[in-house]
Design a protein around this ligand. Structure first.
Ligand SMILES: O=C(O)C(=O)C[C@H](O)C(=O)CO
Ligand SMILES: [Zn+2]
Length: 282
């Protein structure tokens, strides 16, 4: 298969606060995750979270040796779990002989111990785009499809503050057991542009955001950094941001959009957030 693999080391805020805009992008932004007919993987040193995109076109994409080698085991999920959400056209994931059909916005959890994983699009002209996260796992919980309808729906924000949105919790303890992965999707309502404001921190868990469903010329100004020393990233559709434990993670778009958030670390309490006083942001 065609797989491209990169590593991102963990950065301290004292380093990031001295970086140029280009260095901030190099370290915290993943510009390319979806390339037709290939799998793009980024191995991070933030809670060992692997962030990847698989976009099968003609034929199957197989998770092979490259990724096993990256994590130093015989196969990728020997000591890991995996979650994904399909943001493209209908697709299939084959896992140890079981075929999982995934419509757009359906999710899938694959348990530790799953050996053979392959991706396929139903129609190569509207390819599936599997956004994948994988983290170390201590035990094997059952694999299962988590459809959009299985996810827990939450209404957040207000039109008056331009942050009205629906937050769907896919990999969440109330939906299914996982070792550490938490994963969900937030979609802004038309006319709302702000996500995750007021901002928060959770030093116990890292987080990754994949922004998508943005029109071609649109972007999100993603704010990161310590609350008293924020920096920004201009993020286009289908690009991801790595949020270190010391960083806020929020943003405003030039139009509405959606994003997938995922976390790994010391607990699975979605509400374990240290809210930031808006007056302290600099
Ligand atoms: O819309 C939001 O607010 C979010 O999606 C917030 C993320 O889920 C988050 O930061 C969880 O810690
Ligand atoms: Zn968060």
């Amino acid at each position: 298969m065609t797989a491209t693999v990169q590593t991102r080391h963990a950065i301290h805020y004292s380093q990031s606060e001295r970086m140029t805009g280009a260095e901030i992008r190099e370290n915290f932004l993943i510009e390319t995750l979806f390339v037709p007919g290939s799998l793009q993987a980024v191995y991070t040193h933030y809670d060992r979270m692997l962030v990847a995109g698989a976009m099968p076109t003609n034929g199957r994409l197989i998770v092979g040796e490259e990724l096993a080698k990256l994590v130093g085991t015989d196969y990728l999920l020997e000591r890991r779990e995996l979650g994904l959400i399909n943001i493209g056209g209908p697709g299939r994931v084959m896992a140890d002989g079981t075929t999982c059909d995934l419509e757009p916005m359906d999710g899938l959890y694959l348990s530790q111990g799953t050996q053979e994983i392959a991706f396929e699009s139903v129609d190569p002209s509207t390819p599936a785009k599997f956004y994948i996260n994988s983290a170390p796992a201590h035990t094997s919980f059952p694999s299962r499809i988590v459809s959009r309808m299985d996810a827990i729906e939450n209404d957040l924000g207000d039109g008056a503050t331009s942050n009205k949105r629906k937050l769907y919790q896919y990999l969440h303890p109330k939906v299914l057991p996982t070792c550490q992965l938490l994963m969900g999707l937030t979609r802004l309502e038309t006319g709302s542009v702000w996500n995750t404001m007021p901002a928060h921190l959770h030093d116990r868990r890292m987080e990754a955001y994949l922004y998508f469903d943005l029109p071609e010329n649109a972007f999100v100004v993603h704010l990161m950094g310590r609350p008293e020393a924020t920096e920004h990233l201009i993020v286009r559709s289908e690009q991801a941001v790595l949020s270190p434990p010391w960083s806020i993670h929020c943003g405003a778009g030039t139009s509405a959009y959606a994003f997938i958030w995922s976390m790994a670390g010391d607990n699975q309490s979605f509400t374990d957030m240290d809210m930031v006083d808006m007056k302290s942001l600099r």
